[in-house]
Ligand binder design. Structure first.
Ligand SMILES: Cc1ncc(COP(=O)(O)O)c(C=O)c1O
Length: 287
């Protein structure tokens, strides 16, 4: 019995549908041995996937980036996501897809002629509650100790796990990571800064995972008449930001109202957050 999950829920593993509690992979799976794999997470509302094509395109980019060749087509991934949502019977849910290089003798180099391991599960999605939306979150700044290919949605998440633990130990919700004095991202989310009414984000490069909400934030900012700039953001600019917010599939868009123990702006969600939050809710409602 795995605690805190629905052991009877049905997961997909290499073409089979099995109970989560019964699903097993080999101890020589390279995902387990080396963290040699990638994943993506597609949110769904009332059973309808949100921005699925963006998530599937990123899944394919991650596979290509690490040289995993899967015979799944875009149509195949799409059918898997829709089928898994339907089987789960859930309304608001998260579809998790993981692909590893497969099972082979332990040897660092890519093995020849192995099949990737493909796993998919659906979990209930508890949307951020009113308290988080209205009061906001807290965060502390830490150095970014991760590797230089954060644009790949790799299952090698040790750096992200340690970052999140830093937040837990500091008694805050998340961290803002800095590399060479410039903002990268949160432990599992993108970070946004507002200065003088302009929405700023770190550039889309190898130092961050470009969230599927990155493009959406840009679109929503344009619709709300808020200026947007993707550029390096210094620690000093974050310290004196008017607003800070984060985005991810599970957190949607949430304000960070306390940073390094001090209020951000007035310590309450700011006007740019309020406008973008309304845009996000509208995008969900229009699904
Ligand atoms: C490191 C990292 N950055 C950013 C994101 C945000 O990506 P998305 O908006 O696609 O959920 C995630 C999401 O899991 C993440 O793990």
């Amino acid at each position: 019995m795995i605690p805190d999950v629905d052991n009877d829920s049905i997961v997909y593993l290499n073409g089979q549908y099995v109970r989560l509690g019964d699903a097993k992979i080999s101890v020589l799976d390279r995902g387990f041995i080396f963290g040699d794999g990638i994943y993506d997470v597609v949110p769904a509302y009332k059973g309808k996937p949100f921005r699925m094509e963006g998530h599937l395109a990123r899944l394919e980019r991650s596979l290509a980036a690490i040289g995993i060749v899967s015979d799944m087509t875009r149509d195949g991934w799409r059918t898997l996501v829709l089928d898994m949502i339907a089987r789960s019977g859930l309304g608001d849910c998260m579809v998790y897809i993981q692909v590893t290089r497969g099972v082979a003798k332990r040897d660092h180099g890519f093995p020849k002629n192995i099949e990737p391991t493909v796993f998919c599960m659906v979990s209930p999605f508890e949307r951020p509650d009113a308290d988080k939306r209205e009061k906001g979150l807290s965060a502390v700044g830490i150095p970014d100790i991760r590797w230089l290919h954060c644009e790949i949605k790799s299952v090698s998440l040790l750096g992200n796990v340690l970052a999140k633990q830093r937040a837990t130990e500091a008694g805050v919700d998340d961290v803002l990571q800095f590399r060479d004095g410039f903002l990268s991202e949160g432990s599992s989310c993108n970070i946004w800064v507002v200065r003088d009414g302009v929405l700023l984000a770190p550039p889309r490069d190898n130092l961050i995972l470009e969230g599927i909400r990155y493009g959406l934030m840009e679109e929503m900012a344009a619709e709300a008449g808020v200026g947007f700039e993707a550029r390096a953001i210094s620690e000093a600019e974050v310290d004196t930001a008017d607003e800070i917010m984060l985005t991810s599939a599970t957190k949607e868009v949430l304000p960070i109202t306390h940073y390094n123990g001090k209020p951000v702006g007035n310590g309450v969600p700011g006007p740019v957050y309020v406008a973008l939050r309304a845009g996000y809710d509208k995008a969900i409602a229009e699904l």
